[in-house]
Write a protein that binds this ligand. Structure first.
Ligand code: PCD
Ligand SMILES: [Cu+]
Length: 800
């Protein structure tokens, strides 16, 4: 009895896996001691700022740098002409396309980078950008992707005009990028032809932006004596950047040093390589001084990677009982002027083929066509594992559309279609193998928690009185943790991830990873994973990421891959340390390994708990008393290539009251149950879910990057772009179930994106549900007050 309690006390003191311990990184963040790129100041550092195009599509007739060069404090003005001799005026994108680093003879989106002014400080640089005289000849502008493939559409990319092959296969038009098809088209068509019921709906997922609080930036510093390039940069994937920089510049990868310091939010915006990084690096090489480039808010919103812009048509075929027989999805994807979508190389539409969701749909087919338009490039996974948000929106909206058509309750139709727990591992018709899930239980738990029956009764009463109340449900499945390297790579590098851990003589440790936290709390949670495996406290394990000189190679943090891949590497590296420690302990105790048992932080002789060696003792011995033939030291390295992705899921309910005079939505309740398998730090998970739900609320209720007919971006500042504060943000109610991943070493799945992926359709479903009795089955996002009011007004519901 006493020993159990006593080891429990020791386990609690370690604050390892499962403990809601406070975040180790927070003392520095909350005391203003974080170190962000813009905090870095090097001796002799200069500052760059871009001259950007006012037009969305125009030919550059001439550029006159002289007036800017004559301005005091200006050191250089770089244009595409200056980069040409170095062959750096274009750069390859992650999607197999090329992107202009500085506009080469023409511009193809508003605010495109045309020249960089490098000056003594940021203010001089900004002033001097206005002195650079650029003569433009305007060209016809293509804004609407639906007209991209018209015969008379303006050709956006003259550099590849007439090319029949792109980075992802055949091109059908000069503005066409790729067609991506998955599933069985003929079989799907046949099911639709014979189906009792079919529904079809156009769904616009507008262009939005991840909008991290810290914008993108870098400080590039070239050491001409040793030929080494150091770049401090806001990257979610520093090692990939190092490889790209080495390939672009011809500098040996060992002489390229990329360092991502603290990052103030990434959300997918900081995955790609931006022109600013390249031009600042060139400027540093040319001028022999460090050069800093940091975007302002408008530059961030209007030029660095956007997300979504998916113009989708969803179709379901079902029987009269609402059992789905087939799904068909057609998507037109607006990728802007260059295809710099950040997806694993072989996945031009990301993981959009998760669009069959949590449902047992026997037959399916999806097609995505990417096109060029005169908009900024991007296509990043804004809190979503590569187009999963779009997929989840499609299926969660479509199942509601079907429910309304058949007049079946929206919870009931989900019940009738769920993949059942005993069907896992489950193979989907579009190619995934879901590792585990327990969907019906999650839904029932949530319905009970919110008193779903009661809410429906209340809604009926309110409707009778002319009031608008909506109940939204979303029962989504996410796919996170890319990997497996056999089908996921970035520029040819397989998507494994890594952990290196070293236990010091006195029993504390340092661990380094190939991922990169942007606020997620990796310094805490990785330490907790390692702590449990090794048997030392998370407090005594220092976690480092982001410096490519010291961290092992890894593919970075996005797509909620850190826990599924980096976390797995941590667990396995910890297990390797444990195995060696056990041999040392056996040697110290003079017994065979088989006679030892593990208890929280020590090896003890079976049945004789007094004879034990703690990890602190073992660590010391690793440096002075190891068994014969064993190397000294106590460390391990793991490069983990996951056998599959992980499939977290959830069940959400949203209750909204809509004011029929103003169109304003009040989210009265939002109940979110998430299942991410084994939970490492419940408090961090709660924070991640709050963040994801808030960003989901932002997207569904207000975010949009809109353009006018001339391709001018509308509202690219925080005056217009909706970033909810505590004032607008609803109160979240959280819950969980725990279905471990069968293939992850400790059963953990990712969690950070799930609330975003799952909540957006839930908000939409709630808003639409408020109008269901009026025959409305879909409304496009964002559901801001004006747009909702327009629907109310068209229906005449605001009369009196
Ligand atoms: N089971 C479990 C899971 C998880 N966790 C935790 O949580 C977190 C998270 O995780 P994950 O899910 O794995 O993820 P990651 O990878 O780490 O991260 C990423 C994500 O994350 C999120 N979140 C966040 N937060 C913050 N603060 N910030 C940021 O920026 C951010 N971002 C966002 C995004 S967008 Mo993408 O990139 O789009 O794709 S993707 C993303 C960490 O800490 C971890 O550890 C735990 O605990 N448990
Ligand atoms: Cu995505």
């Amino acid at each position: 009895m006493t020993t159990v309690t006593e080891s429990q006390v020791r386990a609690d003191e370690q604050q390892n896996r499962g403990c809601s311990r406070k975040r180790k990184e927070d003392p520095r963040f909350i005391q203003g001691k974080g170190n962000y790129v813009d905090d870095i100041k090097l001796p002799g550092m200069l500052h760059g700022d871009f001259v950007r195009s006012p037009f969305a599509h125009a030919r550059i007739k001439s550029i006159n740098k002289e007036p800017a060069l004559n301005h005091p404090g200006v050191h250089a003005v770089l244009t595409a002409e200056d980069l040409k001799p170095l062959n750096l005026h274009w750069m390859p994108t992650l999607a197999g396309d090329m992107q202009a680093v500085l506009a080469d003879e023409k511009v193809a989106f508003q605010n495109q980078e045309v020249a960089m002014v490098i000056a003594d400080d940021r203010y001089i640089a900004a002033d001097a950008t206005e002195l650079v005289e650029v003569e433009y000849e305007e060209l016809p502008v293509l804004v609407d992707p639906h007209h991209a493939m018209d015969d008379d559409a303006p050709v956006i990319r003259e550099d590849i005009a007439g090319k029949k092959e792109g980075g992802h296969g055949l091109r059908l038009h000069d503005n066409h990028i790729f067609t991506w098809e998955v599933g069985d088209k003929d079989a799907t068509d046949r099911v639709f032809d014979e189906a009792e019921v079919t529904v079809k709906q156009d769904l616009l997922y507008p262009r939005v932006h991840p909008c991290p609080l810290e914008t993108c930036g870098c400080v590039a510093s070239f050491d001409s004596i040793n030929g080494e390039l150091t770049v401090h940069l806001t990257s979610q994937a520093p090692h990939v950047v190092r490889t790209v920089f080495s390939q672009l510049s011809g500098i040996a990868e060992s002489k390229v040093h990329i360092n991502s310091p603290d990052i103030g939010g990434g959300f997918g915006n900081k995955v790609g390589v931006y022109p600013g990084y390249v031009v600042a690096s060139v400027a540093s090489i040319v001028l022999g001084r460090p050069v800093k480039w940091v975007e302002d808010r408008i530059e961030n919103l209007s030029t660095t990677a956007f997300a979504r812009d998916y113009h989708m048509t969803g179709e379901l075929a079902a029987d009269s009982q609402g059992r789905i027989k087939a799904l068909r999805a057609n998507v037109l994807a607006d990728h802007g002027a260059f295809d710099s979508c950040a997806d694993p190389r072989k996945w031009p539409a990301g993981f959009f083929n998760i669009c069959t969701g949590s449902y047992d749909i026997p037959t399916a087919y999806a097609r995505v066509d990417g096109v060029y338009t005169n908009k900024a490039p991007g296509g990043v996974a804004y809190r979503c594992s590569f187009r999963v948000t779009e997929a989840s929106y499609l299926i969660e909206r479509m199942i509601d559309v079907l429910a309304q058509k058949l007049d079946i309750d929206k919870a009931e139709i989900r019940r009738r279609n769920f993949i059942q727990p005993e069907q896992f591992p489950y193979s989907t018709p579009l190619g995934w193998e879901y590792d585990s899930g327990s969907y019906p239980a999650a839904l029932e738990r949530v319905l009970e928690a919110v008193d779903y029956e009661g809410l429906r009764k209340e809604q009926a009463e309110k409707r009778a009185r002319g009031k608008l109340m909506g109940i939204g449900i979303s029962t989504f499945t996410e796919v996170v943790g890319a990997g497996p390297s056999k089908n996921c790579d970035i520029l040819g590098v397989g998507m494994f991830d890594s952990c290196e851990v070293r236990v010091h003589p006195t029993g504390s440790a340092i661990a380094r990873f190939g991922t990169k936290s942007q606020g997620q709390g990796h310094e805490t949670t990785y330490a907790q994973i390692l702590g449990t495996e090794i048997g030392i406290s998370s407090e005594n394990i220092q976690v480092e990421e982001g410096d490519t000189d010291t961290a092992p190679y890894g593919l970075g943090t996005y797509g909620s891959r850190s826990t599924p891949v980096g976390g797995a590497a941590a667990a396995r590296a910890g297990q390797k340390v444990h195995a060696k420690a056990k041999r040392i302990a056996a040697h110290l105790l003079e017994v065979s390994e088989d006679d030892l048992e593990w208890d929280v932080d020590r090896f003890q002789v079976k049945g004789v708990p007094d004879q034990a060696k703690t990890m602190t003792e073992v660590a010391w011995a690793a440096y002075n008393d190891v068994p014969e033939g064993m190397e000294h030291g106590l460390e391990a390295v793991e490069y983990y290539d996951p056998p599959n992705l992980t499939f977290p899921f959830g069940a959400y309910v949203c209750v909204v009251d809509i004011d029929r005079h103003t169109g304003e939505s009040h989210i009265r309740r939002f109940y979110a149950l998430d299942d991410c398998g084994t939970r490492i730090n419940p408090m961090i998970i709660e924070g991640q879910i709050h963040g994801g739900l808030t960003e989901g609320f932002a997207v569904a209720m207000g975010q949009q990057l809109a353009f006018d007919e001339a391709g001018n971006i509308l509202g690219a500042s925080l005056m217009d772009y909706f970033v909810p504060t505590a004032v607008e943000t609803p109160q979240w109610e959280l819950d969980y179930t725990e279905t471990p991943s069968p293939h992850h070493p400790i059963g953990a799945k990712g969690v950070a994106e799930s609330p975003h992926v799952g909540s957006i359709p839930c908000f939409s479903n709630a808003v639409v549900d408020a109008f269901a009795h009026q025959g409305i089955s879909h409304m496009n996002m964002p559901h801001d007050a004006y747009r909702v009011w327009r629907t109310i007004h068209e229906l005449g519901l605001d009369a009196d």
